[in-house]
Design a protein. Structure first.
Ligand code: DGD
Ligand code: CLA
Ligand code: PID
Ligand code: PID
Ligand code: PID
Ligand code: PID
Ligand code: PID
Ligand code: PID
Length: 312
């Protein structure tokens, strides 16, 4: 297809740049400017809306392309192979083309809103500047091909199951855990801190398992889960906490996507995360909330998971 051909040209223009970026640099975990959690949440919300509107098959292919690309990483900078670099760009170009232009621009504008204008120049200063300019020129040509292949109308909303066992169980889970949710400081910057003692390649291994799980999920249920998060973001209070009803809808939606993949795929995520999360992290989280609320939430989760497993 045209986007695939254009991605090869984009690769010619941008792979030198890709090799020069230090993908393992911890700077990419930081907010791209001053820390503004509510504005950042707005930007994430725009990404959620774009993801929910995207063609699910193309999203899966993009997830698969990333998984494959992780497998061909080499060298100290963590760069993927030329072929996989091109494949990721092609896959993402197709995802972008599957949503109306305005949804893409809404993401750009919202991210721009939390990005200090000095950030692009700083990023450029870390690589050969001429190669960055060549890459950007390539991006500008690529985006014209994407725009020429872009849809103009958004897809229909997902169908949300009703009266299912997971939905019923989600009510009990939500009742048991909402006090805990209210105890958590959602606007803290602690969630942007590096995991103690873990390198980027180690962390990427765990993220890879999530990418694999995402790619196996039921299309409609994944879309519904994105839409439930978007709705929940719309009802947050000043401390970032969503309403009980929207919280329950998120739990139900996530239970359903977990049930839509094999148990082992879920356990692969859990086990890889358990390897990189030091117990001091969990204990620190626990120390900041009411312990009885946390224990009630944990009990609710362990009951919920049996219902999920039964329909998995
Ligand atoms: C950039 C963009 C990269 C900056 C990286 C910041 C992104 C941070 C993302 C954090 C998001 C939160 C997610 C994390 C969640 C964690 C949860 C725990 O360098 C601009 C200005 C605005 C920049 C910010 C907006 C970036 C938006 C990027 C998309 C968002 C994607 C998603 C994010 C992440 C999540 C992924 C899953 O656009 O951009 C560089 C440009 O900066 C440079 O400006 C451009 C002008 O826009 C353009 O108009 C033009 O002037 C150009 O061109 C210069 O500069 C000139 C000529 O016109 C060209 O013809 C050519 O010759 C060129 O020069 C050659 O040099
Ligand atoms: Mg990504 C984007 C890393 C998994 C879906 N992703 C980005 C970039 C960053 C990144 C490089 C955001 C920051 C930025 O804009 O820099 N993703 C990244 C990592 C992983 C991952 C490390 C780990 C596996 N992503 C992942 C998965 C999905 C996505 C699983 C779901 C399938 N990701 C996704 C989308 C988008 C990203 C839809 C974006 O739109 C965003 C992006 O790249 O926006 C431009 C700048 C970007 C780069 C350095 C890489 C692109 C290079 C281009 C082709 C040429 C360079 C041009 C110029 C020099 C800089 C960009 C200017 C900009 C205005 C276009
Ligand atoms: C400018 C000036 C003009 C010239 C110009 C110009 C530039 C415009 C630009 C630009 C626009 C632009 C847009 C970009 C958009 C990037 C969008 C990224 C989206 C990320 C998503 C992440 C996610 C997921 C995912 C799916 C999940 C939901 C999420 C489900 C169902 C200024 C050059 C025209 C870069 C969607 C993918 C996993 C949230 O206009 O003169 O330069 O860049 O998890 O969904 O699971
Ligand atoms: C524009 C203007 C509108 C019209 C429009 C428009 C286009 C927007 C577009 C577009 C946005 C867009 C985004 C693309 C992004 C590509 C990002 C590629 C990233 C590749 C990576 C590869 C890799 C790896 C990996 C992880 C490793 C690092 C690497 C570590 C820690 C402008 C059409 C709407 C194409 C990250 C995965 C292995 C490098 O908005 O008018 O057309 O395209 O090895 O991580 O090692
Ligand atoms: C300039 C002027 C214009 C021309 C121009 C220009 C240059 C702009 C540039 C540039 C922008 C730019 C951006 C780059 C972005 C790279 C993003 C990489 C993201 C990598 C990540 C990696 C990671 C992980 C991971 C998970 C870990 C955290 C991390 C935990 C809990 C100035 C040329 C357009 C290079 C996200 C995945 C392992 C961080 O605009 O005229 O030149 O470069 O380790 O999670 O640890
Ligand atoms: C233990 C001991 C026993 C008792 C026990 C026990 C506990 C086990 C546990 C537990 C397992 C467990 C699993 C959990 C799994 C969480 C998985 C999260 C996945 C996240 C994903 C994110 C993503 C996306 C997304 C889609 C995108 C890709 C991504 C596309 C196509 C120890 C109690 C049995 C919590 C998948 C969703 C946006 C990456 O066994 O005695 O306690 O918890 O962006 O894909 O867009
Ligand atoms: C288990 C054992 C195996 C069998 C198995 C199994 C089950 C795994 C499961 C499961 C995992 C799982 C995960 C669930 C997660 C629910 C998470 C809910 C999050 C809700 C949030 C709501 C909100 C918001 C929001 C953003 C705001 C904050 C809030 C800010 C900054 C164990 C079956 C495989 C159900 C976050 C979105 C508005 C609070 O593996 O043997 O069964 O379920 O307002 O952000 O303000
Ligand atoms: C313990 C002992 C057992 C019993 C037990 C127990 C407790 C465990 C606990 C606990 C674990 C725990 C975890 C918590 C996790 C909270 C995670 C919140 C994430 C929030 C995010 C927010 C955000 C954003 C956002 C984007 C911004 C960045 C942020 C940028 C660029 C010990 C009870 C089981 C509470 C990610 C979305 C706005 C950060 O196990 O016997 O009690 O709590 O602003 O992006 O700015």
């Amino acid at each position: 297809d045209q986007i695939g051909d254009a991605a090869k040209k984009l690769g010619d223009a941008s792979y030198d740049f890709a090799k020069e970026v230090d993908w393992n640099n911890g700077v990419f975990l930081q907010a791209p400017g001053s820390f503004q959690p509510l504005k950042a949440l707005k930007a994430i919300d725009k990404m959620i809306e774009m993801g929910a509107a995207a063609d699910p098959e193309l999203l899966k292919k993009a997830a698969d392309a990333h998984h494959k690309a992780i497998g061909s990483i080499s060298g100290p900078n963590g760069v993927t192979s030329r072929a996989d670099w091109d494949a990721v760009n092609a896959a993402l170009g197709r995802v972008v083309a599957s949503v109306p232009k305005q949804k893409v621009m809404d993401v750009y504008d919202a991210v721009k809103d939390i990005t200090d204008p000095k950030v692009p120049a700083y990023m450029k200063s870390l690589v050969n500047g001429a190669d960055a300019e060549k890459a950007y020129q390539g991006f500008l040509e690529f985006k014209d091909v994407v725009a020429a292949n872009q849809v103009t109308t958004a897809s229909a909303a997902a169908a949300v199951p009703t009266g299912d066992k997971i939905g019923t169980a989600a009510k009990a889970l939500s009742d048991a855990s909402y006090p805990f949710i209210k105890d958590i400081d959602w606007l803290s910057d602690i969630y942007l801190k590096p995991l103690p003692g873990k390198t980027a390649p180690e962390t990427l291994t765990a993220i890879d398992k999530m990418i694999v799980m995402g790619s196996k999920m039921d299309d409609n249920l994944l879309k519904a889960a994105a839409e439930a998060h978007h709705k929940a973001i719309g009802s947050i209070d000043a401390k970032g906490v969503t309403s009980p009803a929207d919280y329950e809808a998120v739990n139900a939606a996530l239970g359903r996507i977990v049930a839509s993949v094999p148990k082992q795929t879920v356990m692969d995520v859990y086990n890889s995360m358990a390897k990189i999360v030091d117990p001091s992290v969990t204990n620190n989280m626990f120390s900041k909330v009411n312990p009885l609320d946390a224990l009630s939430a944990a009990k609710g989760f362990y009951t919920f998971k049996d219902v999920v497993e039964a329909v998995q």
